[in-house]
Design a binder for this molecule. Sequence first.
Ligand code: AMP
Length: 283
Amino acid sequence: MMAEVAVFETVAAMRAAVAGWHAAGEAVALVPTMGALHDGHVALVAEARKHARRVIVSIFVNPTQFAPHEDFKKYPRTFEGDRARLEAIGADAIFFPSVEEMYPAGFATRVLLLGPAAVGLEDRFRPTHFEGVATICCKLFTQSRADFAVFGEKDYQQLQVVTRMARDLDLGITIVPLATIREADGLAMSSRNRYLAPEERALAPALHQAMQALAARIRNGEPLAVAVSETQMQVIGAGFELDYLEARHAWTLAPVTALADGPIRILVAARIGATRLIDNIAV
Ligand code: AMP
């Protein structure tokens, strides 16, 4: 019979379970999410299982990483479906705290980020986003005392920021990356894809196709700046509103000017109507 997935709403309950697992010599992996789970999240849980006997999935739509004009209120919340899905794939526990549990009255701390959090990509368009992400991840890591945390490359800058923070602050957790899971047509899976109207959904895969073509051009030695700016124009011409489409160093996210400056990562953020899509690929 399928084991029931435990649901912890408090830090104390999660910690008690983790203490028991650690006492039994079992490693623990955490998969932080905002819920509205899709196959990308399921793949993170499968990856977590490779590293640890016990897997906790946190589901928390974190208010501090949304700007006032962003979609915090309407972000999809589908807890019952998420719970059933996690039970079916054998996750051990869900951490499902309230906003009050995570941010009690008087909460007044943020993690200050430098390096990959300040390179003019997501941070340029969402200036307070990463301090919210880093603060909640720091809390989740220390609350859970997990040994591993699994993050998707889908949010590539976030992955670099969190990896850097875990090292810099000696958080005692190993960050495990996982490649982006895509729909059959190449669109990166995202909880926000459900916002796309049918004609917008039909356009969306053109973003990944443009990035693949750009990666091939760069690999073939075409002048990088020309290839990037032609791709930007092509994406805008296809009907996207472009926040950025850039080639960066894969680890530092610093600007690059030639293939030899690599390894190179292409990162993009583009809007179709009201929906903002982000994606990235290796060159
Ligand atoms: P979210 O619930 O969107 O905040 O994402 C939670 C985690 O899932 C993050 O580590 C994301 O990078 C990861 N993730 C989201 N979409 C995908 C995807 N298509 N493939 C792999 N990981 C993903």
